[in-house]
Design a protein around this ligand. Structure first.
Ligand SMILES: N[C@@H](CCC(=O)N[C@@H](CS)C(=O)NCC(=O)O)C(=O)O
Length: 201
């Protein structure tokens, strides 16, 4: 399998963490991809032009991160990151959606700040910032949803928080959210998280 990746992407990090947590890290060749390079071929591989994109041995292409992570989870016999069914599954998928949604808003916010000043829309930045902070509040106010495990929902939230620290180091989100801050400190010690810290390409 080949993984088209960028070391800065929080969605790619979900896949990279999943690979370590499932013991599959050695089964994937990682191909550095700059999706913003005008000459990139990523749009020929994945019509959405995004990373992560996983290319299977038979040439089949998988995207996006929830699909890739669930596929990888189907390839091993250890503890599953995606509960198979029932209430636990919906809980895990909702937590993943919350983590991914927090990332989506953070990325929209970041990209807006990178536009030339005359094209920047402060109201849009405000809207996205509010989503990020509201998602963090929802996590802080429902810490039981994070629990003690490290499945796909927790992975999505951890990768999102790690990316927000990377891109917005002065956000100060820990000040009013001590429970979430403690949880993130604990999960950041996992080898899968240590090995995949975000970096500029
Ligand atoms: N929902 C997708 C989001 C993937 C995504 O937006 N990746 C970014 C990198 S962080 C990207 O490739 N952006 C390129 C673009 O939007 O054109 C996932 O979970 O994989």
């Amino acid at each position: 399998m080949k993984l088209r990746f960028s070391p800065a992407s929080p969605y790619v990090r979900k896949v990279s963490v999943t690979l370590v947590e499932t013991g599959l890290d050695d089964n994937v060749e990682k191909v550095l991809t700059n999706v913003w390079d005008e000459k990139t071929d990523i749009g020929n591989v994945n019509p959405l032009g995004k990373v992560p994109t996983l290319i299977l041995e038979d040439g089949q292409v998988l995207y996006d991160s929830p699909v890739i992570c669930e596929y990888l989870d189907s390839l091993h016999d250890g503890d599953k990151l995606f509960p198979a069914s029932g209430a636990e599954r919906w809980k895990a998928l909702r937590l993943q959606a919350l983590g991914d949604g927090m990332t989506d808003a953070g990325i929209a916010w970041l990209l807006e700040t990178r536009r030339p000043e005359e094209f920047r829309y402060d109201k849009w930045i405000g809207r996205q910032t509010a989503v990020v902070l509201r998602a963090m509040d929802a996590l802080e106010n429902n810490l039981e949803n994070l629990g003690t495990g490290f499945g796909i929902g927790q992975i999505a939230v951890a990768c999102s928080l790690g990316w927000l620290d990377f891109r917005f180091p002065d956000l100060g989100w820990r000040d009013d959210r001590p429970g979430l801050a403690d949880w993130f400190t604990t999960v950041s010690d996992r080898p899968s998280m240590e090995k995949t810290a975000p970096a500029e390409a």
